[in-house]
Design a protein around this ligand. Structure first.
Ligand SMILES: NC(=O)c1ccc[n+]([C@@H]2O[C@H](COP(=O)([O-])OP(=O)(O)OC[C@H]3O[C@@H](n4cnc5c(N)ncnc54)[C@H](O)[C@@H]3O)[C@@H](O)[C@H]2O)c1
Length: 380
């Protein structure tokens, strides 16, 4: 028996000739989109003993060339996919081309990892789903890295174990100081490229975690607004949602918090869990902590509680390692399956549609900037 360790993941397998070969060869990896996240993923990929980056694509390269380290750099991601005969493609492009690149990657015979959101809308994603069905051997995983944060994993373990009883409700705030932060480009403010605003970009993680903890929400109410920044995407989304079993979630996704904030409070029948702060590259969301409070008799509303602070963000590399394990050992994708990504995008879409003003405004055939007049009466 051979024991293989990749990062924090361990795999035990019996050495047959076939998987012995699988242990030796490196998988050829291409990264489409070499911006902030493409660069971050490259670091994780290069730490993995069985993955090798052979090509990158980004229009910012200006021209095709081979870098000093031998990695081929393409301006056009189509060329990366066509020329490199990749085993694995990472899609870290802007949202407008995410679905196209994912589909082309699968059609070329590559396993594909695509960052969230999986596409600008459900229609684009359905096309990817059709192509994925035609390539059942190929792994397809979507990057919802928040599920790999230690605080989120620990919260999930408590809820699954049932030691704090049943989940009653969730209240989540995830937001940024402004719409465009850290000198990033402005594509996130453009509906044609991003498909949506702060909810589609950042709030989607909170939506995904609420689904992870609470299950599927079937009753949805919302207010969606672009009244402050007045881009053609939302700068605030407020949602109130309920599952069939009665779990209620309140969500606020915002680009007008004037600070960066991540907070998720969950009340259970025998205590509560509060996730506060999340480790990120910028460190601007505060320390990542989990606080667990235990309902006590006669505690006068001041329960016994315990806070754990995490000091490392392994989410990006753990996610990559799990994807590599799925390919190398033909394991199922755990988080970020196509079905999960589709359900999360469906819920984001339902939140947009639940606000009649937003539904009406986004349904307009005006492809340029507009803002929703939140004082105007709605037509009957
Ligand atoms: N999991 C997370 O927490 C997380 C965090 C940030 C971003 N993301 C996602 O990662 C993706 C990339 O985000 P980012 O922050 O790296 O953005 P970015 O703007 O830094 O990078 C995107 C890159 O794609 C390139 N690009 C866009 N269209 C192209 C095309 N047609 N051909 C070639 N190159 C093209 C751009 O030149 C740019 O360098 C987005 O989908 C975003 O939602 C995920």
């Amino acid at each position: 028996m051979i024991k293989v360790t990749f990062g924090r993941f361990q795999s035990k397998l019996f050495a047959t000739k076939a998987n012995h070969m699988a242990l030796i060869e490196k998988l050829k990896v291409g990264i489409a989109g070499f911006g902030v996240v493409g660069k971050r993923r490259r670091q994780c990929i290069e730490q993995h003993p069985r993955l090798e980056v052979v090509g990158l694509a980004d229009r910012a390269f200006g021209e095709n060339h081979t870098a000093k380290d031998g990695v081929r750099n393409y301006v056009d991601f189509h060329q990366l996919i066509e020329k490199e005969k990749l085993d694995v493609l990472f899609v870290c492009l802007t949202n407008d081309v995410a679905a196209e690149a994912t589909s082309l990657g699968l059609q070329s015979g590559a396993h594909v990892f695509c960052e969230k959101p999986p596409s600008r809308n459900l229609e684009e994603l359905a096309q990817v789903g059709e192509i994925s069905k035609r390539h059942p051997r190929l792994k397809l995983k979507y990057g919802f890295n928040h599920r790999y944060h230690d605080s989120v994993r620990d919260a999930m373990a408590i809820i699954e174990k049932g030691s704090l009883g049943k989940l009653i409700n969730l209240r989540g705030v995830y937001g940024k100081s402004q719409m465009i932060t850290f000198g990033a480009g402005d594509w996130r403010t453009k509906r044609a490229i991003a498909g949506g605003g702060i909810l589609m970009d950042q709030g989607i993680h909170m939506v995904d975690m609420m689904r992870l903890f609470g299950g599927e929400f079937t009753e949805i109410h919302s207010c969606v607004s672009n009244s402050f920044w007045q881009h053609d995407v939302e700068d605030n989304a407020y949602a109130l949602m309920r599952t069939q079993s009665g779990i209620v979630a309140m969500l606020h996704s915002s680009a007008t918090l004037w600070r960066h904030r991540f907070q998720l409070e969950m009340a259970l029948s025998r205590g509560s869990i509060e996730l506060s702060g999340i480790l990120s590259g910028s460190k601007s969301y505060g320390e990542e902590t989990i606080t667990i409070a235990y309902v006590g008799k006669n505690d006068q509303g001041v329960p016994r509680e315990q806070t754990t602070r995490y000091n490392q963000d392994n989410s990006w590399s753990d996610e990559v390692n799990e994807f590599a394990d799925a390919i190398l050992f033909d394991r199922p994708i755990v988080h970020g399956t196509f079905a999960e990504a589709q359900k999360t995008l469906e819920l984001v879409t339902q939140i947009y549609k639940a606000d009649p003003r937003w539904r009406e405004a986004t349904g307009r055939a005006v492809p340029f900037a507009w803002s929703v007049d939140e004082t105007a009466p709605l037509d009957a």
